[in-house]
Design a protein around this ligand. Structure first.
Ligand code: NAD
Ligand code: UGA
Length: 466
């Protein structure tokens, strides 16, 4: 019979493990949830008395405030967390491999394997182990083999796959009412029972109709992310055409979205998609396709990433072209550094590429983002230009405390992230403080271009002719 889960451990207190298991704790007060991580600074931040959590998500603080100390705990004691739990989520990172076979494409499964081995070493009782990280097909089998080869007598391990579809910036809303919950298991009685145990956890708040379709293809997450990214690259490809032909991408996307087969969501042209997953998951799919000897399929998906790179390059070039073909010594204010609004996450953010391009054109760059820490910005810029000493970068780049401060004495403002507050800036004051002619480049279709033109700005918008 299915086990009734009373103690959950989550290995990995990141963007997925943290919010996901905090919401489980909130919705299941009868279950003790412990989120563990090797990164002490991260755990300390989760435990900080003033709720200065390591990640920013709207609504997250309220969830943690209600559950922390009640039935939600954060700890660096990974072993204790494993030992106590009857169900363990593995939510560790799976970055793109940097070297070895599949470098640049395949997922690095080292962290998943280390976590799995730790479970095998430490567990003294049976566990349900749930793979939550985005991993390629057959990883569950590898986990099963490792666990079974190392387990003690009377310890059984049931492995489930439970991909997470939350998007950053809306993680809490997505977790409160997910479109679907997928759980994959072996079709043995034990596997079906384990699946039922996890279903019962979700049943505390997710209505049964969105429940637990059997997971036949573990790559469903890669497929879903690839389809989403493909939509953005398609709309971005059209945005280039709109700029060239005099059409308006927002109107085109809106009209396309009326077709109920296409739908209106996720059709916003932008300076390029970012985030920790789209590029990584597509490259992974490319790798999978090549491993299956399907070069045309691989090339098709690779093009989605190439279009995204092109979109970023094209946007930087448009800035330079518009500023009379040189930005040397000119001050450019970049508003937004996160990869999308409502998150402090900067992984693969388009802003990083733009700023690197501006740096190589010898511009001076002012940066403002409401959530990203200064330290994070320096780390990202250093990684983007590994050959430049940080001191040299700091001569060219200034991090500012407000949008107004960033725009002062600038020649141009570049909107890289769609933070709502950029819409509501006092643009009259910004205009007064800038050098003239004053330029605005909207990479996110955020601002009212006509209003800004009336103030005096020269406005360039993605997907619209200049
Ligand atoms: P993250 O880097 O924010 O968090 C991973 C955490 O795991 C880190 O804090 C790291 O210290 C910890 N960790 C690594 N190995 C460990 C070990 N052996 N023991 C204990 N802790 C360990 O990553 P993330 O963004 O949360 O992503 C996690 C997984 O979820 C990835 O596979 C990702 O593809 C997938 N995913 C991410 C999102 C998203 O929006 N970020 C959404 C769905 C799925
Ligand atoms: C994405 C998926 O939406 C989630 O379902 C999935 O769980 C997650 O990846 C994952 O596997 O990690 P996320 O990357 O957090 O979530 O955020 P998205 O909202 O998908 O945005 C990704 C990027 O696309 C952002 O840079 C965003 O600005 C850009 N975007 C999005 C556009 O340029 N246009 C759009 O219309 C939508």
């Amino acid at each position: 019979a299915p086990l009734k889960v009373t103690k959950i451990c989550c290995i990995g207190a990141g963007y997925v493990g943290g919010p996901t298991c905090a919401v489980i704790a909130l919705k299941c007060p009868h279950i003790q949830v412990t989120i563990v991580d090797l990164n002490k600074a991260r755990i300390d931040a989760w435990n900080s008395p003033d709720f200065a959590l390591p990640i920013y998500e709207p609504g997250l603080v309220e969830v943690v405030r209600q559950a922390r100390g009640r039935n939600l705990f954060f700890s660096t004691d990974v072993d204790k967390g494993i030992e106590e739990a009857d169900l363990i989520f593995v939510s560790v990172n799976t970055p793109t491999k940097k070297s070895g076979v599949g470098a640049g494409f395949a997922a690095d499964l080292n962290y998943v394997e280390l976590a799995t081995r730790r479970i095998a070493t430490v567990a003294t009782s049976s566990k349900i182990v749930v793979e939550k990280s985005t991993v390629p097909c057959r990883t569950a089998e590898s986990m099963r083999t490792i666990l079974e080869a190392n387990s003690r007598p009377n310890c059984r391990f049931d492995i489930l796959s439970n991909p997470e579809f939350l998007a950053e910036g809306t993680a809490i809303a997505d977790l409160f009412s997910p479109d679907r919950v997928l759980i994959g298991s072996l079709q043995t009685q034990e596997g079906i029972d384990a699946c039922e145990s996890l279903k019962q956890v979700y049943a505390n708040w997710v209505p049964p109709h969105s429940h637990c379709r059997p997971l036949v293809f573990r790559a469903v997450q890669l497929a879903a992310n690839a389809m989403l990214a493909q939509r953005i690259s398609s709309v971005n490809a059209l945005s280039a055409l709109c700029e060239a032909t005099g059409a308006n991408i927002d109107e085109v996307a809106h009209a396309i979205g009326y077709d109920s087969r296409i739908g209106p969501k996720f059709l916003k042209a932008s300076v390029g998609f970012g985030g920790s997953c789209f590029q990584k998951d597509i490259l992974n799919l490319v790798y999978l396709s090549e491993s299956c000897h399907l070069p045309e399929v691989a090339a098709y998906w690779r093009q989605v990433v190439e279009m995204n790179e092109y979109q970023k390059r094209r946007f930087s070039k448009r800035v330079v072209d518009t500023l009379f073909n040189t930005i040397t010594g000119k001050r450019i204010a970049v508003l937004g550094f996160a990869f999308k609004a409502d998150t402090g996450d900067t992984r693969e953010s388009a802003a990083i590429t733009l700023i690197r391009d501006f740096q190589s054109e010898k511009a001076l760059v002012n940066i403002y983002d409401p959530q990203v820490s200064h330290e994070q910005i320096w780390t990202d810029l250093q990684e983007a230009s590994p050959l430049a000493p940080l001191n040299t970068i700091k001569k060219q780049v200034t991090i500012c405390k407000s949008a107004i401060e960033a725009c002062k004495d600038a020649e141009a403002v570049v909107i890289a992230t769609e933070w709502k507050e950029f819409k509501d800036i006092d643009w009259e004051a910004v205009y007064a403080s800038m050098n003239k002619p004053a330029f605005v480049f909207d990479g996110r279709l955020l601002i009212d271009a006509d209003k800004l033109r009336k103030i005096g700005f020269t406005v360039t918008t993605i997907g619209r002719p200049s």
